[in-house]
Design a protein around this ligand. Sequence first.
Ligand SMILES: *[C@@H]1O[C@H](CO)[C@@H](O)[C@H](O)[C@H]1NC(C)=O
Ligand SMILES: *[C@@H]1O[C@H](CO)[C@@H](O)[C@H](O)[C@H]1NC(C)=O
Ligand SMILES: CC(=O)N[C@H]1CO[C@H](CO)[C@@H](O)[C@@H]1O
Length: 306
Amino acid sequence: MRLSAALVSSAVATAAKALGDDWTNNSTAPIEQVPAPWALHGTVYSVASVLPPGELPAKAYGPLERAAPGYTTAAEYVGLLGMIQIIRYTDSPVGPYDELLIVPGYFKYAHVDAQGRTTERLNPSITRIYVSQKYTARNGRLNWNIPKHLAKFDWTDEPDGSTTVKVYPFDTTGDASESGPAALPFFQTTFTPVLGGLPFSTDLYEWIGINATLAQPPLPGNPASRYGELAGTARWRAVVPGQASRRSSLGLFDMDQGRGDQVGDTGRNPVGDEFFRNFWPGTPGLALGLKMENADISFGEPEIWG
Ligand SMILES: *[C@@H]1O[C@H](CO)[C@@H](O)[C@H](O)[C@H]1NC(C)=O
Ligand SMILES: *[C@@H]1O[C@H](CO)[C@@H](O)[C@H](O)[C@H]1NC(C)=O
Ligand SMILES: CC(=O)N[C@H]1CO[C@H](CO)[C@@H](O)[C@@H]1O
């Protein structure tokens, strides 16, 4: 045990040295596997909404996952509580990176335990997620079945404390190798703080009866991906994420997408994602949400089955 842990940490140290702190796509250092658990730090922007059950929009999934046989039907969507988060990680076991994640709500699925007993479980799931570099993209897919794809993130911080982010995915151009960012943003928002100085932790979820465990079906892979970051997996994984900060603010997210990334006035982008004025059906133009500064974030060892 100790020996293999030492080997892993020495492999990580070697990778870090080769990278010379360059954790960008441009780096020529190979993508080493960095297993769970991960401890990370960063600023989390989070907007939640209560959602009815029903059909998910096509844009709930990225093009690769959407086209994979059985992926979108692996679990049954039931709505309840959904969440969009934008996270600026200042450090992680694979260096700094940015992230946009979509949890459209809760899903019902069959869990099979080690004795072969099947039970029905209900948990939220990340169905679509973008990150700014390949090291976290491949590791997130392999460690927890998090369907990470690459995107370019543009940030603007204003003197009034507001922050704007625009996200340009590599998989909305129609290029199967996902080799560069789209010209138009798939997602944009501006967060303006209203009330600061609040402590917040995901323990709150338990207190109000929300189970934050993420359940993630096995992922399709794409061997044609530019950096080899689109690894596939064979078994289900569940993980309990943690997010806690002593410095949180309540504020408003401006969800107006402008013209979005639609082609002309077609209401769709090049890969068929629907255009919605406020990004998601039912989302208001101004949505109440949370900014958690200098947050401690954790991604534990997954439960694996199937
Ligand atoms: C990657 O390299 C290109 C070309 O040298 C450069 O323009 C770009 O800024 C680099 N990107 C990063 C994230 O370092
Ligand atoms: C949360 O969900 C997980 C996975 O379905 C389950 O194992 C766990 O018991 C649940 N926790 C609570 C407090 O219900
Ligand atoms: C997010 C990011 O840095 N993306 C870059 C990855 O590297 C390619 C070039 O290899 C750039 O075009 C991307 O902008």
